[in-house]
Design a protein around this ligand. Structure first.
Ligand code: NI
Length: 135
């Protein structure tokens, strides 16, 4: 377990401990799931996770997520203001974006890649990772 000492964790202090965008930090774990936080801004890439749903909660700012089906059709955008939660179902292609920036909390199975298995080329501003430990 990441939070071995099982001490309370300040999400604000955790967010203040790093700056990199699109590079989630693992705050703690629940059973087989990571609780991750991330700072985001601009656009992520289209990708999907074949084996898991992905839970998002917006802590600060506003996040949008573009969604489309496996054929690349039926595209829509959900807009998540601060305090909103949303689940991207497994297999659904999605592209998070946030023109003005946001801070997020996510739940996903430990080992889940930020860019999924099916994805566009990964540009330099996006960290393809299964999450980093907090400082
Ligand atoms: Ni995703």
């Amino acid at each position: 377990m990441i939070n071995e000492r099982n001490e309370p964790i300040s999400l604000q202090a955790a967010l203040d401990s790093f700056d990199r965008l699109w590079s989630p930090r693992i705050v703690t774990q629940v059973n087989d799931y990571d609780v991750r936080i991330a700072k985001v801004g601009g656009e992520h890439i289209w990708h999907s996770h074949a084996d898991t749903d992905e839970f998002f909660m917006v802590l600060e700012g506003e996040l949008s997520i573009a969604l489309r089906d496996a054929e690349g059709e039926d595209e829509r955008v959900v807009v998540l203001p601060r305090g909103a939660v949303f689940v991207v179902p497994r297999g659904v292609e999605h592209k998070p974006f946030s023109p003005a920036g946001a801070s997020l909390l996510m739940f996903e199975p430990t080992g889940t890649s930020t860019v999924g298995e099916q994805h566009d080329p990964v540009p330099g501003h996006i960290d393809a990772t299964t999450g980093h430990r907090l400082g």
